[in-house]
Ligand binder design. Structure first.
Ligand code: SF4
Ligand code: SF4
Length: 659
């Protein structure tokens, strides 16, 4: 459930703007930000409304509830409207050299009265003094900052009893204004703070300075031609110092704490947490802690002017000094006395949001899952938004972070996915080209069958009659040579046609168990091995019985072996290796010939492609091999090198077949 149900949510992520840089995760003092659906979302119940995330997000993806519409509604009704201004206005509107112009602008906007919160600080300072002196409190935490109060209630609930039981200056002035101007008057607070919006119901609405600026712009109200007006009563004194460090103490003229100890002031998201931790651990005993969440309210998330802290501080000092110089002390004291009976007491209730501490084992399990096993793996780079890998792993266990937030881990995962993708792509492209090849072969097969069928008979007749003519003619005849050429070429055509028919017929296999060692040895007898070629055969299979169509496979293997021999006219080595590959086995046929040129490697299984001379190759041998291997549900790949600079020359056909 939201801590700030009135606003629901008070601080939130603008959908779609978050670029997941983890800057806000890093800057959130209570780890209230989690990556959900690719956006850094705020976990409402953990948020203390400090507004740090709003300040640090360069994308404008973190913002807070806008009160502009509600204030416009207030301004449009007939009841008395009072604007109550936090003293840091002097830093926000520093270009307006006279504060009376600012008051005039607020009145043009529609406020009947414009008052200062600092009179509330004057009363609160006095109330602190009374409580501490009368009750002899030794250890105490004071803060006007609602984010600090939220932090203690949510993350150090045991320290709630040490919070000074006095309301903030804003609540104090709201009580005064209601008493002075009537319960029916409507109060609007304006200041630098987002957490103030949800501090109490004392005000009808709470604006930030940034929102007030927008309203001035919307109503086209500038500093020119505006009547200079004094703030309305009650007049305030040193309380105007409270937005800066030691401010509240200055307003009661204190440099030492209450009780015996020193006052320790801490401001900013790291220092205030350290101070509270030390206070809880007992390192800071009998101390008065004064805390601010931002680097002083002048750096609050509702300031539209960022940075320039020293200048802002100077502007506030200048404003307060000039104010004190003109202070009507009698009237100030009189008003303080008049409202001294207002009840400024307050109690706080713990709202424990701590999560159970993860065990060492749980943290280690997360670290190991991200490959963080040794000390050197703990980069502690902070890219995830957590200071150390262990703090981050702990947040993962607590459900506040995801393992994907670790940049080195995500990059490694990305690399792996990339490699897998690359592999799948390669497999896909191999399958695609195999499919293309199969389609090509299938249509080639149909075409071949048709052409071969038509050519076979006329070719038979040409061969027959040219043979008869050749037999009948004397070798001395003038046309004997011509007839001989006709007969030879017709015979060659017949060989091609037979090859085509053979190629077209290969559409099914008849698998039988065969001893592959005997089979390969038999294949060596199907060609004439020149003396200058060495033959080498090696089989690594434990079980040499495999299922193949021995007739077709013999055709395929001998085809490759014959090509290998043809590729080594000057001698070399032909080796056949059989290897085991799980359910498959691999036949590697390697020659040490001249190799195949890269540009031809892709085409060698294309029908009619040949690099052999006219009478030597039909270009149907390797397509036939390809078809036979595919029908065995196998794969065929070729590796070849024809460039001596790249290593030894030669070609290897790698045939993978199911056993
Ligand atoms: S700072 Fe936070 S909200 Fe802004 S882009 Fe980065 S992760 Fe998103
Ligand atoms: S407002 Fe503060 S506590 Fe809330 S999410 Fe942002 S940084 Fe965290």
């Amino acid at each position: 459930m939201s801590n700030f149900s009135k606003y629901n949510p008070l601080v939130y992520t603008v959908k779609g703007l978050c670029r997941v840089c983890y800057t806000c995760v890093r800057e959130c003092p209570v780890k209230a930000i989690k990556i959900i659906n690719g956006q850094a979302e705020i976990i409402d119940e953990r948020c203390i409304a400090c507004g740090n995330c709003v300040i640090v997000c360069s994308q404008g993806a973190k913002t807070y509830y806008s009160s502009i519409e509600k204030v416009e509604n207030i301004l449009s009704n007939n009841r008395q409207k009072i604007l109550c201004v936090a003293p840091s206005f002097a830093a926000e509107f520093s270009v307006i050299d006279d504060y009376k112009i600012f008051v005039g602008m607020a009145k043009v906007l529609g406020f009947d009265l414009v008052t200062e919160v600092s009179f509330g600080a004057d009363l609160v300072a006095q109330a602190y003094k009374n409580v501490f002196e009368n009750e002899k409190i030794k250890s105490v935490i004071t803060s006007d900052c609602p984010a600090i109060v939220n932090y203690i209630k949510q993350y150090h609930p045991e320290l709630v009893e040490f919070l000074a039981p006095i309301v903030s200056p804003a609540i104090a002035i709201a009580k005064v204004l209601k008493e002075k101007y009537g319960e029916d008057s409507q109060l609007v607070f304006v200041g630098p703070c987002v957490a103030k919006k949800a501090e109490s119901n004392s005000f009808d609405e709470n604006l930030t300075f940034s929102e007030l600026r927008i309203m001035f712009e919307n109503h086209k109200i500038g500093s020119e031609n505006v009547e200079k007006l004094e703030f309305d009563k009650p007049i305030s004194g040193q309380g105007a110092f409270f937005p800066v460090n030691h401010g509240l103490l200055k307003s009661i003229d204190k440099t030492e704490g209450f009780g015996n100890g020193e006052v320790i002031t801490a401001e900013g998201k790291t220092k205030f947490r350290e101070a509270i931790q030390e206070f809880e651990n007992g390192v800071l005993k009998n101390q008065h802690l004064e805390l601010l969440c931002c680097d002083g309210c002048i750096e609050g998330p509702g300031m539209s002017v960022k940075g320039g802290k020293l200048v802002k501080r100077m502007k506030i000092s200048e404003y307060v000094k000039s104010k004190l110089n003109n202070l009507d002390e009698k009237e100030w004291e009189r008003e303080k006395k008049e409202y001294s009976d207002i009840d400024l007491s307050r109690t706080f209730t713990a709202n424990d949001q701590r999560l159970p501490e993860p065990s060492i084992e749980e943290i280690e399990t997360v670290l190991v899952s991200m490959g963080k096993i040794q000390d050197k793996d703990m980069l502690n780079c902070g890219a995830c938004g957590y200071e150390t890998c262990k703090a981050y792993a702990s947040a993962v266990v607590e459900g506040l972070a995801e393992t994907e937030m670790c940049l080195p881990y995500a990059i490694e995962k990305l690399h792996k996915s990339n490699e897998e993708l690359h592999l799948s792509n390669k497999q896909l492209s191999d399958t695609k080209s195999a499919l293309k090849q199969s389609e090509k072969l299938a249509s080639m097969g149909q075409l071949s069958a048709g052409i071969a069928h038509e050519l076979n008979n006329p070719l038979g007749i040409i061969t027959l009659y040219s043979s008869i003519l050749k037999d009948e003619l004397s070798a001395k005849s003038e046309i004997f040579g011509d007839i001989e050429i006709i007969n030879e070429q017709a015979a060659r055509c017949k060989t091609i046609v037979e090859g085509l028919l053979n190629f077209a017929r290969k559409n099914k296999v008849n698998l039988k168990e065969v001893n592959i060692v005997d089979f390969i040895k038999k294949s060596f007898k199907s060609f004439v091995k020149p003396d200058n070629i060495d033959l080498e055969f090696n089989c690594e299979l434990d079980n040499t019985i495999v299922s193949i169509d021995s007739e077709q496979m013999m055709q395929a293997i001998t085809n490759i072996e014959k090509n290998a021999v043809d590729a080594m006219p000057n001698g070399g080595k032909l080796s056949v290796n059989i290897k085991d590959k799980g359910d498959d086995f691999i036949i590697e046929i390697t020659d040490t010939g001249e190799g195949i040129a890269k540009e031809n490697l892709e085409k060698i299984f294309t029908p009619f492609f040949t690099t052999k001379s006219m009478n030597k190759g039909t270009g149907l041998g390797l397509p036939l091999v390809y078809g036979i291997i595919k029908m065995h549900k196998g794969k065929i790949n070729v590796k070849s090198n024809n460039d001596l600079k790249q290593g030894s020359l030669g070609t290897t056909f790698i045939i993978t077949l199911p056993k």
